[in-house]
Design a protein around this ligand. Structure first.
Ligand SMILES: Cc1cc2nc3c(=O)[nH]c(=O)nc-3n(C[C@H](O)[C@H](O)[C@H](O)COP(=O)(O)OP(=O)(O)OC[C@H]3O[C@@H](n4cnc5c(N)ncnc54)[C@H](O)[C@@H]3O)c2cc1C
Length: 412
């Protein structure tokens, strides 16, 4: 048995703590906030078992021009931020070329297809079933061109990976979502994913399970991490915590901490915004308005309207373009009431240029990395935590773990 400090209590860190605990390790979970209050709180809450192919950087001139000219609502960016982002974005572009992307998909699809099973392992003992809806989610289309392409892609997903979906005509969509105010061209209903009515609460329940099983959760600042003899130490409000191992699961904050240890992590920061609205008669299931890059998700706190990606370095001022557009699009589809919060929430998807999470030991003895889950960290946290726990004990030669390891990356 070893002792370990897990830094960061988002979906990834809490899952790591649970997975290590299940394999007999003593774990202290350290965060400056309560569990699940950052990115793992503010996401769309979809356990995306359909997302077998991660978001690649656009490769066609038409798509790149659309991003540069900000024609759609998918991506926003500011010229002044580009000097901070250009290096990782360039790598992301290169890794999205057909050959490296195919290698990424080979690993990523296997991770994603395990995600439901990995979550279920925690959902049940955490008593969190009331937060989970097992009805999938729906991508809706306003234009025939995009709808036809999506229907073809859905068929390919079934053939290649066995991912189920139901392609719906305009009439079927109108019947399936009677509260929608406008008639659209059609939809793809991804039937296997699960959605969560309160993503932050799911993380909190997993954390409570970890505590119930004897784990310690303390408030502390990860930036106080230091090597200590053959191990590691960190300051917490309850005093200094020492352990043989430290696992960095700080999501988008991981690169900042690791800079102090000589690592230059080329993370692509994709910020997203959300805002809740009152609505008595909202969508039955989470609905993505593809043409407006707007997700409308029924949650316990109200209807959560979410945006695509704003490429913004940590600390950059919030922008309102995407969320304003998203709210207008959502109001066009559903009778949204008043906003619940004064201002929109924002948080950052921690994306790696090769689109794979980083999972495994670093160059420093006892220092482990577990971050970079990008668009699907809420989905993948438990799956990659279980893989990390296997590597931790040297139990696993799991070939799936290999491309995720820091040593497989050219920056590590
Ligand atoms: C708008 C949006 C929608 C999304 N939708 C989905 C979705 O539907 N499905 C999906 O799978 N994923 C989704 N994601 C992605 C997902 O939310 C992230 O990949 C995931 O939450 C990352 O989890 P994490 O545990 O790595 O990071 P976080 O949840 O951010 O956790 C990091 C933790 O580190 C702590 N921390 C940071 N610095 C310090 C410090 N110095 N000291 C102590 N603690 C510190 C923070 O307090 C935080 O608790 C979405 C993301 C966004 C932004």
């Amino acid at each position: 048995m070893t002792t370990s400090i897990v830094l960061g209590a988002g979906m990834v860190g809490v899952s790591t703590a649970l997975a290590l605990q299940e394999t007999g390790h003593q774990v202290v979970l350290v965060d400056r906030k309560a569990p699940g209050r950052e990115t793992s709180y503010g996401n769309a809450g979809i356990i995306q078992t359909e997302a077998v192919e991660p978001y690649a950087f656009p490769r066609s001139v038409r798509e790149i021009a659309s991003v540069i000219l900000k024609r759609g609502n998918d991506v926003d960016w500011r010229l002044r931020d580009m000097p901070h982002l250009a290096g990782p974005l360039w790598r992301y572009f290169a890794q999205s070329a057909p050959a490296p992307y195919a290698s990424t998909v080979a690993a990523y699809s296997q991770l994603v297809l395990r995600a439901g099973e990995s979550h279920q392992r925690f959902i049940e003992p955490a008593g969190a079933d009331d937060l989970i809806v097992r009805q999938g989610w729906r991508a809706v289309y306003r234009t025939a061109e995009k709808f036809e392409a999506a229907a073809t892609a859905a068929e390919r997903m079934m053939q290649a990976y066995g991912v189920p979906s139901n392609v719906m005509s305009a009439d079927e969509l109108a019947a399936g979502e009677p509260r929608m105010r406008r008639r659209l061209t059609g939809a793809v209903h991804w039937t296997s994913p699960w959605t969560c009515l309160d993503p932050g609460e799911l993380v909190a329940r997993y954390a409570a399970l970890f505590a119930k099983r004897g784990g310690a959760i303390v408030r502390g600042d990860a930036t106080t991490l230091q090597q200590h003899g053959a191990g590691w130490r960190v300051s917490s409000v309850e005093g200094t915590v020492t352990a043989q191992n430290a696992i960095v699961a700080l999501g988008p904050w991981s690169p900042v901490l690791l800079r102090a240890f000589g690592y230059r992590i080329p993370m692509v920061f994709k910020r997203g915004y959300h805002r809740h609205f009152t609505l008595d008669d909202g969508p039955r299931i989470s609905t993505l308005d593809v043409d407006n890059a707007t997700l409308i998700a029924p949650m316990n706190a109200g209807v959560r309207v979410l945006t695509g990606a704003h490429l913004a370095p940590p600390g950059a001022a919030p922008a309102s373009r995407q969320i304003s557009h998203a709210v207008t699009a959502a109001r066009d589809l559903f009778a949204l009431g008043d906003p619940i919060e004064e201002t929109p929430w924002s948080g950052t998807r921690p994306c790696m240029p090769d689109m794979l999470p980083v999972v495994g030991p670093s160059r420093h003895k006892g220092l482990w990395f577990h971050f970079g889950h990008g668009h699907q960290g809420f989905t993948l946290g438990p799956t990659t935590a279980l893989l990390l726990a296997e590597q931790f004990d040297g139990r696993s030669q799991n070939p799936l773990a290999l491309p995720l390891m820091p040593s497989a990356r050219n920056w590590a």
